[in-house]
Ligand binder design. Structure first.
Ligand SMILES: *Cc1c(COP(=O)(O)O)cnc(C)c1O
Length: 391
C-alpha cells in the first residue's frame, strides 16, 4: 500500500465527522467498535497493556474524549456519566475554604449542587450577575478558587464576555470553567478565549438525539486533564462505553445540526418578536438583545435556544403550552426535535420563587429548544398556539 501523505491540520467539522474512523487495527472496521469489556489482559508478568480496568479507561470512551478535546481546543477531556457529574468532578477537588463564584441565573441543577455542597461545608459559593462588572469585581476580591460561567445563560440567554472575565479571574488567582452546553464547540470555544476548563452536558447538543445522559470536562493543558482523569477514577463517575459510543455517533452530525437548528431558531425568534401577544424575546441573534454585540464577536452563530415572555397570565401559558403540536412540552434541550419548557414550573422550579425573581425568571417565561423540523411547521405551530390566546 502506498504511504499516506503527512497528516494536515484538520478542521473541526472533519474531527466531528471522522475522528477514529478507519482506525480499528483488529478488523479494519470503518465505524469505531464498541468495547464493553470491563477488564483487559496483561500481556505478561508486571506488564500492563494500554488498558487495565474500565472505570479508569475504556477505548470507546477515550475516542469520545479525544474528539471533544480536539473540538474544544483543549489538551484532554474526561467523559462522565452526566453533565452534573462533570461539574461535580471540578467541585469535588475543592476544600472547605475554597470559594466558587457562579452565575445567579445558572442551570437549576448546578445551583442545587453548589448549594448542597456549600450546606455540607464542602466548599463556599457566591452567586453573582456576571454581566455586571462591579458585582463580578466584588466577588473576585474574595479570592475565589473557581469561577463558573454559563453563556448564553439559562433560560434568559444573557451573554457573558468570556475573554475579559477570564483575565479578571486569572488576575485574582482563580481558574475559570465555562459550561458550553448551550452552544457546543461548533459555535463557541471558551478555551481560545482564556478558559481553563469547558464543561458539557453531552446530553444536549453534542449527542443531539435525546437518548443519552452524559457529560464531559475538557481541560486546557495536559496536567489538569490528567488530574481530572485520575479524580474521575477515584470517584467512579465515568460515562458508560455504550453511552460514549452513542454520543460519538451523535457528534458526527453536530455541525450540520447546529447550522440548521440555529437557522430555524433565528426564524422563530424573528417571528415571535413581531407577534403582538409576545412581550419579549430573549435570543442573542436579535439586534434588540443586550448581548448581541458580544455574541456576534465571541460566537460563530447564535445557537438554537431562546426564550420569550407571553403578554398574559399563567392561564395563557397553560393554554398555549397545551395547544402546540410540533413542539413537545418537556425539559432538556439540544435534540433534533423541538421542545418547549416553562422554567418556573419545570427546569427552575427547585430554585424557589425568590431566587427566580432575582434572576429575572418570570412566571410567563417560556423556553424553546429548536430542532430540525421544517421552519414553516415550527412557525405555524407557534402561530396557531398564540392565536388560541386571542380567540
Ligand atoms: C442539562 C444541563 C446540565 C446538566 O447536565 P445533565 O446531563 O442533565 O446532568 C448542566 N448545565 C447545563 C447548561 C445544562 O443544560
Amino acid at each position: 500500500m502506498t504511504e499516506k501523505h503527512p497528516e494536515p491540520e484538520l478542521h473541526r467539522e472533519t474531527i466531528a465527522a471522522a475522528h477514529g474512523v478507519a482506525a480499528d487495527r483488529a478488523f479494519r472496521a470503518v465505524s469505531p467498535p464498541l468495547y464493553l469489556s470491563t477488564t483487559y489482559e496483561f500481556p505478561g508478568y508486571d506488564q500492563p497493556g494500554p488498558y487495565e480496568y474500565g472505570r479508569a479507561g475504556n477505548p470507546t470512551r477515550d475516542l469520545l474524549s479525544e474528539a471533544l478535546a480536539k473540538l474544544e481546543g483543549g489538551s484532554g477531556a474526561v467523559v462522565t456519566s452526566s453533565g452534573m457529574a462533570a461539574i461535580d468532578l471540578l467541585l469535588g477537588r475543592l476544600c472547605v475554604d475554597d470559594l466558587v463564584v457562579a452565575p445567579h441565573d445558572c442551570y437549576g441543577g448546578t445551583m442545587r449542587l453548589l448549594k448542597a455542597r456549600a450546606q455540607r461545608r464542602q466548599l463556599q459559593v457566591c452567586f453573582v450577575d456576571q454581566a455586571d462588572p462591579p458585582a463580578l469585581a466584588a466577588a473576585l476580591e474574595r479570592r475565589p478558587t473557581l469561577v463558573l460561567v454559563e453563556t448564553p445563560s439559562n433560560p434568559l440567554m444573557r451573554i457573558v464576555d468570556i475573554a475579559p472575565l477570564c483575565a479578571m479571574a486569572h488576575a485574582a488567582g482563580a481558574e475559570v470553567a465555562v459550561d458550553n452546553t448551550f452552544l457546543s464547540p461548533a459555535v463557541q470555544r471558551p478555551i481560545a478565549l482564556g478558559a481553563d476548563y469547558v464543561v458539557h452536558s453531552t446530553t444536549k447538543f453534542l449527542n443531539g438525539h435525546s437518548d443519552v445522559i452524559g457529560g464531559a470536562v475538557i481541560a486546557v493543558n495536559a496536567d489538569r486533564a490528567a488530574e481530572l482523569r485520575q479524580w474521575c477514577n477515584v470517584v467512579g463517575t465515568a460515562g458508560s462505553p455504550f453511552d460514549a459510543w452513542l454520543t460519538l455517533r451523535g457528534l458526527r452530525t453536530l455541525f450540520a445540526r447546529m447550522d440548521r437548528q440555529q437557522g430555524n431558531a433565528m426564524a422563530v425568534a424573528t417571528f415571535l418578536e413581531r407577534h403582538p401577544t409576545v412581550a419579549k424575546v430573549h435570543y442573542p441573534g436579535l439586534r434588540s438583545h443586550p448581548g448581541h454585540a458580544i455574541a456576534t464577536r465571541q460566537q460563530d452563530g447564535f445557537g438554537a435556544m431562546l426564550s420569550f415572555e407571553l403578554a398574559g397570565d399563567t392561564g395563557a401559558i397553560k393554554k398555549f403550552v397545551e395547544s402546540v403540536r410540533v413542539f413537545t412540552l418537556a425539559e432538556s434541550l439540544g435534540g433534533v426535535e423541538s421542545l418547549l419548557a416553562h422554567p418556573a414550573t419545570m427546569t427552575h422550579a427547585d430554585m424557589g420563587e425568590e431566587a427566580r425573581k432575582t434572576a429575572g425568571i418570570s412566571d410567563t417565561l417560556l423556553r424553546l429548544s429548536i430542532g430540525l423540523e421544517a421552519t414553516e411547521d415550527l412557525l405555524r405551530d407557534l402561530e396557531s398556539g398564540l392565536a388560541m390566546l386571542t380567540d
